[in-house]
Design a protein. Structure first.
Lengths: 74, 106
């Protein structure tokens, strides 16, 4: 099971200075809502921003069934 | 695998709006796919829907085609524009309808 803390730590490590909020929407450890504001997103399209997040989640990603993602450039 | 990627490439290029989804527009098998179809219907443009649950090989191939790990995936005018969250966000900003209408009319 993945915890919101796992996701937050992973994203903050990969995107230095990012502000990350994570909610486990069902309590089951596999459905999450994630908001990330990061300087690294500046000048990138939404697709590129989301790809950065998916890439950062790496090995956590296959264990997550549903991820709702909102990204903004900090 | 290369054949499937080629097939995807053809689908994406030969249809102005394509959604790869779980289930069909009438019977979506996932809330994210259902929400994406709902947005496309609200805007009212014709789109081609491809049920990746009916084709396990395509389900894997579409993820490498776009370098995107989740489904649904929406393509407009041959270009990947995003999954459910991005489609909803673009729609909320009023950016999606003009993009879709321009692609359909081109």
């Amino acid at each position: 099971m993945t915890t919101p803390e796992d996701i937050r730590r992973t994203l903050e490590a990969a995107l230095p200075g990012a502000r990350v909020s994570v909610e486990d929407t069902t309590g089951g450890g596999d459905h999450f809502e994630v908001e990330v504001a990061a300087a690294a997103f500046a000048g990138k399209t939404l697709v590129e921003q989301h790809q950065l997040v998916y890439g950062a989640l790496g090995t956590l990603m296959p264990r997550i069934h549903a991820l709702s993602l909102r990204t903004t450039a900090a | 695998m290369d054949d499937v990627l080629q097939e995807i490439d053809n689908e994406v290029r030969n249809n102005k709006v394509v959604v790869y989804m779980k289930g069909t527009p009438a019977f979506p098998m996932c809330g994210f796919s259902a929400a994406t179809v709902q947005v496309l219907r609200e805007i009212g443009v014709p789109f081609k829907a491809i049920d990746i649950l009916a084709d396990p090989e395509k389900r894997d191939a579409i993820k490498s085609y776009s370098n995107w790990p989740t489904i649904p995936q929406v393509y407009v005018g041959g270009k990947f524009i995003g999954g459910c969250d991005i489609v909803r966000e673009m729609h909320a900003r009023g950016e999606l309808a003009p993009l879709l209408r321009a692609a359909v009319q081109s």
